[in-house]
Design a protein around this ligand. Structure first.
Ligand SMILES: *[C@@H]1O[C@H](CO)[C@@H](O)[C@H](O)[C@H]1NC(C)=O
Ligand SMILES: *[C@@H]1O[C@H](CO)[C@@H](O)[C@H](O)[C@H]1NC(C)=O
Ligand SMILES: *[C@@H]1O[C@H](CO)[C@@H](O)[C@H](O)[C@H]1NC(C)=O
Ligand SMILES: *[C@@H]1O[C@H](CO)[C@@H](O)[C@H](O)[C@H]1NC(C)=O
Ligand SMILES: *[C@@H]1O[C@H](CO)[C@@H](O)[C@H](O)[C@H]1NC(C)=O
Ligand SMILES: *[C@@H]1O[C@H](CO)[C@@H](O)[C@H](O)[C@H]1NC(C)=O
Ligand SMILES: *[C@@H]1O[C@H](CO)[C@@H](O)[C@H](O)[C@H]1NC(C)=O
Ligand SMILES: *[C@@H]1O[C@H](CO)[C@@H](O)[C@H](O)[C@H]1NC(C)=O
Length: 858
């Protein structure tokens, strides 16, 4: 009975939440998609072409000569940029001389420019752009392989308020990226049948459809193509609404990119591997450069909404009592005084500082929601200042735009006004933010406008930003960047400029290309269904491929009620996505793990502990993003790009290069088929089954039960873990490490470990960190500093070492530090019929290089 009533309520909520999405035909996309029908074709007017600052500039003119466009082409070591614009618009949005930005610090010289009366060829390093005058097209080459053809189909359109470009990628079988869509990892052909193109338009779609090209709350205009021999990528200035058509051809991918402004700039990345293309695009765009707090990687609990400070304390006490790890409790707008952000409800949260201090003693944090919509209430300090200084987005008649949001009538902060940053930053100097465990979640920042179906529940496109002195820009040009600008302004609200300062934690609902210190992002208001659990993997893999890393789905689903099996499976799977948070709606019964039976609780606890055991791995990979541009989680094809079966696998993922996670995402599984890549010479150790060694020879059947979480360590890797069960990430800090040395077919292995104080900026300003390399060859483990000049005192020692597939009859472990040699250094034991060797009772300091040699009896 109870359940039936809930279902009805839910069904109603569900209906209310679905917003009507515009179709391609209902927007500028409809007309452009028919091109070249109804549009002129262009040729380059060679008499206008010149090369300045290594950029080719020239005019494109339409066949009838009535329309002149402005073209720039620039080659770089690993990519080629092409910009085509209505020049007036380019000038209006602040482009001075050249559309393509030049950093004068990198003086690149074109190796060669050749002209004739049909083509202009730019060459730089191995990158070559061949510009054909008539009909106009550009071929981008890398080492004499054709990477992409731009306007090969002559579908270039630049109109007063829209632009479109066709780009073909030869040698490609699949396309990936352009998050966020509730779609499989490998994107589909959108051009046969009645499908719409993939849409990029940040808006809050409530309970979204699965397997859909519809836009969600975030947009990254970066697409990759991949085939057995060749991969590439394309990034474009898709900060307005974009639509992307994809066509799988005969060993090629055709794309058609449509943008809602008279301006398009793109960068085509050379590849030739997918890992190269990811690195090139990440370098060009910038990746997060500040480490997150360690607690970001732990487990977080949210619901809509914990309503009082006692409820928050109760949640934490219940987690403690049930021995369940937890980092933070999240509050939505309900914590504020009547919907006024930066204030607290005087009754329900009467002593927020006291609450934060209590949580701090337990190493726990509080996350509060902050929206970009400001309640229009007389006397509310944020509104008073924003309205008197004209910091709100405006209507075309110059008045403040007013829209409905959670607090009622609101106006929206104009994060494009350069003066707004200082104002917004000042809000974070409120005393309460001195508490290092007060974290923020930027919610509804697409931005969402309630009851505004006509504009898909976001801002109308004709609103104005105050871009500079007397300089207005239509909101539509920059719609998808709105949340990015809020992220930056918020980040600046937290001081990271001196040592000892604690790193910020800024989660965000919406994003485009901006990520500064691994902002947690979620896949949206999902539903408690197996399908939603399944789609969380491809959605986060798509984000990962564009280096938006800290992605997760609401564990257990936001709406709906998961049954126990789904609930447990979701905790097991969620532990292998970067951001691990549960969040559920206000109209469903409580579902924190402690409300369940012991059986369920035990499985959830095991999943949480498995996550915590691997925190050193996650943290090291986060660090490596900032150095190597390699995403934290990766699709299988990232490391096995020639193995065709991996191209469409999105229910498994690689954590770094060394851990393959294939958690169970299906109901009633008794047996699962797991794909293990790499061929006969690749070993995968099943950590779920006594480190049983399997070969990378494709699909293999495993018997499973409700406790099973198929996870494999790659032979050739060294994995650093902390195995002591703890209730917070902070509590693990001084626990000793266990190194898992997973030998490959030639009895070697290697790995890395990054350690700092997990919390402050000292790693950045004082190089207080350790970045360790481990390598195992000839029965000897060598540990060394990769960054020799960095040092950190507080790293825990290595307490234990496990060797998988070890040498036999080892009786002595010899330790060498500098010239000092010590024999019989460890307690040695074998288990699993000799397949696992354990060295225990160690205390190896990571600050000094050491060598540990295993000596067999003679
Ligand atoms: C390109 O066309 C514009 C007119 O749209 C003209 O003013 C300009 O001089 C042309 N550029 C060159 C280099 O001829
Ligand atoms: C070329 O570069 C110089 C120095 O960076 C700059 O002053 C100049 O405006 C640039 N010219 C063009 C056409 O972009
Ligand atoms: C340039 O054009 C002329 C006349 O159309 C032609 O004879 C000549 O071969 C062309 N030169 C090149 C290098 O294509
Ligand atoms: C906030 O919490 C109070 C107390 O539980 C509740 O009455 C109110 O409806 C909540 N408001 C929102 C917006 O969730
Ligand atoms: C909190 O973290 C510190 C290390 O930062 C640890 O020593 C302490 O035991 C932790 N306390 C609790 C209650 O987890
Ligand atoms: C920014 O502030 C300055 C100084 O108060 C003012 O002169 C200027 O008009 C402001 N600019 C905008 C875009 O509001
Ligand atoms: C095994 O690992 C070692 C150390 O990383 C490496 O040098 C060797 O090439 C690997 N062997 C194989 C077959 O991959
Ligand atoms: C552990 O090591 C210490 C010194 O390194 C030694 O005295 C002790 O006996 C060892 N304990 C065991 C259980 O091997």
């Amino acid at each position: 009975m109870f359940k039936v009533i809930f279902r009805c309520v839910l069904f109603l909520t569900l209906l209310n939440n679905i917003t009507s999405q515009k179709t391609c035909a209902e927007t500028f996309c409809g007309k452009l998609r028919k091109s070249p029908e109804g549009f002129p074709s262009y040729s380059l007017d060679l008499s206008t072409a010149l090369v300045k600052n290594d950029t080719l500039m020239g005019n494109l003119s339409s066949e009838d000569g009535t329309r002149i466009l402005y073209l720039e082409v620039a080659c770089s070591v690993s990519y080629t940029q092409v910009a085509i614009a209505d020049k007036q618009l380019a000038q209006q949005i602040g482009v001075v001389n050249s559309i393509i930005p030049h950093s004068s610090s990198v003086p690149l010289a074109l190796k060669k420019t050749t002209y004739d009366n049909e083509t202009i060829i730019l060459t730089l390093g191995n990158t070559k752009a061949v510009v054909y005058a008539s009909p106009f097209k550009i071929e981008v080459h890398y080492k004499d392989t054709l990477v992409a053809t731009i306007n090969g189909k002559g579908r270039l359109v630049i109109q007063n308020s829209a632009a479109a470009l066709d780009v073909t990628f030869p040698g490609a079988q699949h396309a990936y990226g352009i998050p966020l869509h509730a779609e499989n990892f490998a994107l589909r052909t959108t051009t046969n049948g009645d499908m719409d193109p993939y849409r990029l338009y940040n808006h809050n779609s409530g309970q979204y459809k699965l397997k859909s090209t519809e836009a969600l709350q975030s947009s990254v205009p970066l697409l990759y193509t991949h085939g057995k021999t060749q991969s590439s990528g394309i990034f474009w200035t898709g900060f307005s609404q974009s639509w992307v058509d994809i066509t799988h051809g005969n060993n090629q991918i055709d794309t058609y990119i449509m943008n809602e402004m008279a301006f398009i700039t793109t960068a085509i990345f050379n590849g030739p591997t997918i890992a190269n293309a990811v690195e090139q695009s990440s370098k060009a765009r910038g990746v997060p450069f500040i480490m997150p707090k360690y607690s970001t990687l732990g487990y977080h609990q949210s619901r809509n909404s914990y309503a009082t400070q006692n409820e928050v304390l109760n949640v934490i006490n219940q987690f403690n009592a049930a021995n369940l790890p937890l980092e933070s409790v999240w509050l939505d707008i309900n914590h504020t005084d009547n919907g006024k952000y930066f204030t607290w409800d005087p009754v329900r949260f009467s002593n927020p500082m006291g609450l934060l201090n209590q949580l701090a003693a337990d190493n726990r944090s509080l996350v509060i929601t902050i929206g970009p919509h400001i309640k229009r209430e007389k006397g509310y300090f944020v509104h008073e200042e924003a309205s008197s200084k004209r910091y709100y987005i405006r209507n075309i008649d110059g008045t403040d735009y007013i829209g409905k949001s959670l607090p009622g009538d609101c106006s929206y902060i104009d994060f494009f006004n350069p003066n707004v940053t200082e104002f917004y930053v000042s809000l974070f100097s409120l005393g309460i933010f001195k508490a290092n465990n007060l974290l923020v979640f930027l919610d509804l920042n697409e931005p969402t406008v309630f009851d505004n179906e006509l504009h898909e529940n976001t801002l109308p496109s004709n609103l104005l930003y105050m871009y500079g002195e007397g300089n207005f820009l239509p909101h539509s040009y920059l719609h998808n960047r709105y949340s990015d600008n809020q992220i930056v302004a918020t980040f600046l609200g937290f001081d990271i400029n001196s040592q000892g300062q604690v790193r910020p934690f800024i989660a965000t609902h919406s994003h485009s290309v901006m990520d500064i210190n691994f902002s947690p992002i979620i896949t949206g208001d999902n539903y408690a269904s197996w399908e939603h659990l399944q789609f969380s993997f491809p959605m986060c893999l798509s984000e990962a491929l564009v280096n938006m890393n800290m992605c997760g789905a609401n564990v257990g689903g936001f709406a709906g009620i998961p049954d126990e099996e789904l609930y447990q499976r979701w905790y097991q799977a969620g532990a292998w996505l970067p951001f691990y948070r549960a969040h559920f709606a206000s109209d469903v019964p409580p579902r924190e793990p402690y409300v369940y039976s012991d059986k369920v609780k035990n499985r959830v606890r095991n999943a949480l502990y498995q996550r915590y055991a691997h925190l050193p791995v996650w943290y090291t990979l986060v660090w490596e993003v900032t150095k190597t541009f390699r995403p934290i989680i990766r699709p299988l094809l990232y490391h096995y790009p020639k193995e065709e079966a991996t191209f469409t696998i999105d229910n498994e993922l690689l954590l770094g290069a060394d851990i393959l996670a294939a958690p169970i995402l299906k109901r009633g599984a008794l047996m699962v088929s797991v794909y293990l890549p790499g061929g006969e010479s690749e070993i995968w150790y099943n950590i779920d089954d006594n480190y049983k060694a399997l070969r990378g020879i494709g699909y293999q059947l495993l018997y499973v039960n409700l406790d099973s979480v198929p996870v494999f360590y790659r032979g050739g890797s060294i994995v650093a873990r902390k195995n002591m069960p703890r209730l917070t990430s902070a509590a693990t800090v001084s626990d000793p490490y266990t190194l898992y040395i997973c030998l490959n077919t030639t009895n070697g292995a290697s790995g890395t470990l990054y350690v700092d104080d997990y919390e402050t900026m000292n790693y950045f300003w004082k190089t207080e960190y350790l970045y360790m390399g481990f390598s195992f060859t000839d029965n000897s483990l060598y540990a060394y500093k990769i960054h020799e000049n960095a040092d950190y005192e507080g790293a825990a020692p290595v307490g234990e070492i496990l060797v998988l597939n070890p040498p036999r009859n080892v009786v002595n472990a010899r330790l060498e530090i500098g010239h000092k040699i010590r024999d019989n250094f460890a307690t040695i034991s074998y288990s699993n019929e000799g397949h696992v060797l354990k060295l225990s009772n160690l205390s190896l300091n990571l600050r000094e290089p050491f060598r540990l040699t295993l000596l067999p009896s003679v």
